[in-house]
Design a protein around this ligand. Sequence first.
Ligand SMILES: [Fe+2]
Ligand SMILES: [Fe+2]
Length: 300
Amino acid sequence: MISNSKSKKTRIKLSINGNGFFHGKNLIMKKPQKTSKDFNTFKKRIEKEFFRHSVIVNNPYTKWFKKGLANTAQVKDLIEQFSVFSNHFIVTQAKRMVNADTLEGEECARAILLNECGVGQNVKTGSIEGNRYSNRNAHINWLRQIANMLDLNQKRIGRWSTGTKLTHIFLNGLDETYGSHDGQIGAGASFAIETWAAFGIGHGKKEESNNFWMELVEGLKAYNKKYRVPRGLKPLPLGFFLYHFQTEAGHGVSVWQELEETYFQADFDEEKFIKAGKQALKAIYTFWFGLEQTRKQLAK
Ligand SMILES: [Fe+2]
Ligand SMILES: [Fe+2]
């Protein structure tokens, strides 16, 4: 006891600006403590590195789609490829949940995963606490309903084999980052993907009209007006897209909360987080680029 308190006193005496101390003859340097000012600097870096990515500010496919120029073959292609994305995202989301290295991250991933599978979610907070499950509300079933109205082969919906080469590259890229065993890589990818999906939400009508979910909603509304209503066909339901637009606000909030917890972890690696986020954004851009190529081939 006595010798311990003595050595403690010596440590305090030899403390160097609070950043290090001598242990015997060795100088031990402590990692500098991160402050909220550092966190704000990091948030600014994120805005610079993620928010100006092409998939967020200039996605050629969704910018075209929102104009309402898509024909039936092009809408069918969107639904099929999106069903592959939506269905296989569930696997990646489960990986994100089990690999998260913060409790916040795990909880947030669990809520997104179960909501995809049919558990109701509070659209404002992203929480699924106490909500009910319904098979009808599994998101893939909403896409099946649209597919049915478009006379698509139900067996193709959500299947890996339906995906194009670029859809596969995208999903594999997502698996490597968002689904990584390294929780920090997963956190970077998750943050980037969720902020992409929630981009513009809550910032007024004009900004929201540039959110990709809303761009798809606008394009589908125009498609219904041009191709379905005049032929006496029931309009394609927009629920799948509108629901995601609404829930993204909650996801957007959750990932910012998760970011704070991740950032202040002692072993947080800023470079790794940013790199993973950019890799995930590149992967998602590949998905839209694939749709852009196909829609050009399907134009009449
Ligand atoms: Fe979904
Ligand atoms: Fe989301």
